[in-house]
Design a protein around this ligand. Sequence first.
Ligand SMILES: Nc1ncnc2c1ncn2[C@@H]1O[C@H](COP(=O)(O)OP(=O)(O)OP(=O)(O)O)[C@@H](O)[C@H]1O
Ligand SMILES: [Mg+2]
Length: 276
Amino acid sequence: MIVISVVSLKGGVGKTTVTLGLAGAALRRGVRVLVLDLDPQSNASTVLDPDAAALTAADVLDQARSGAVAAAAVPSGWGADVRVVVSETSLSAREAAGDRDPLRLRRALGRLDAGYADGSPAPALVLLDCPPALGHLTRNALAASDRALVVTEPALFALHGAAQALDAVEAVRQGSNLRLAAAGIVVNRVRPRSAEHRHRLGELREAFPELLLEPPVLDRSALQQAAGAYLPVQALRSPGAREAAAAFDAHLTHLLGTDLGSGPLAGRSSRKAGRR
Ligand SMILES: Nc1ncnc2c1ncn2[C@@H]1O[C@H](COP(=O)(O)OP(=O)(O)OP(=O)(O)O)[C@@H](O)[C@H]1O
Ligand SMILES: [Mg+2]
């Protein structure tokens, strides 16, 4: 089981879209996946259209005990192999409360690798969709993760934002989770005809040659249509949908190929995780 946080410094760059794209790619391949929605806006929970959930991500963080995630995950409307721990608006109170314990979610993920509380097999992939801030919730996500996936748009401060996000990952790695490393940077909403976008994409490729995931995800209305229909983009048939599906499939291959044995604790990741 690999746990991946999807993070960004800025809001609205596509964390949820990338999380859902990866979940859809996993569904296609028969890879069991759990999406844990840590954003009080609940966008991922809404699109995944799950069965009624008795427990939410807020309960999971309140309980902070082993087995809490396994008990809170419910099947999504996408299929039984895509489960979700839904968000709720009260998570924003937790973000504001100034709780300093970054290990609540890590404890709550305990025993998930033995399967869900209803006896279904464990997910192979856990995606943590984070809110657009590096606050308590994102720190909890990073402290519970094997890898962090940074999402950015090809815009003016993208380089700076990606570097800051990687620094935040490194800070959590040193502070509370030595196995954490950056899994890559996804550039989202690229318009290939825009000279500005090509320029920013080039900058990102140059600055992060090992981390930038190819291909970038293009700006395609299919992604909005899929979300509006509560469907994975992989279920749509338009050329834009197929393009997006191919990008997410490539990124999923990269993420699932992550060798957790060669992470920071094996002594070779400071290069990857911190770019230093
Ligand atoms: N590649 C894309 N092409 C077209 N629209 C996109 C693309 N990526 C994201 N969007 C749209 O942009 C909006 C913001 O995307 P999304 O919700 O994924 O961002 P986010 O980073 O999760 O936002 P937040 O920080 O608020 O959680 C959504 O309406 C989404 O449908
Ligand atoms: Mg989001």
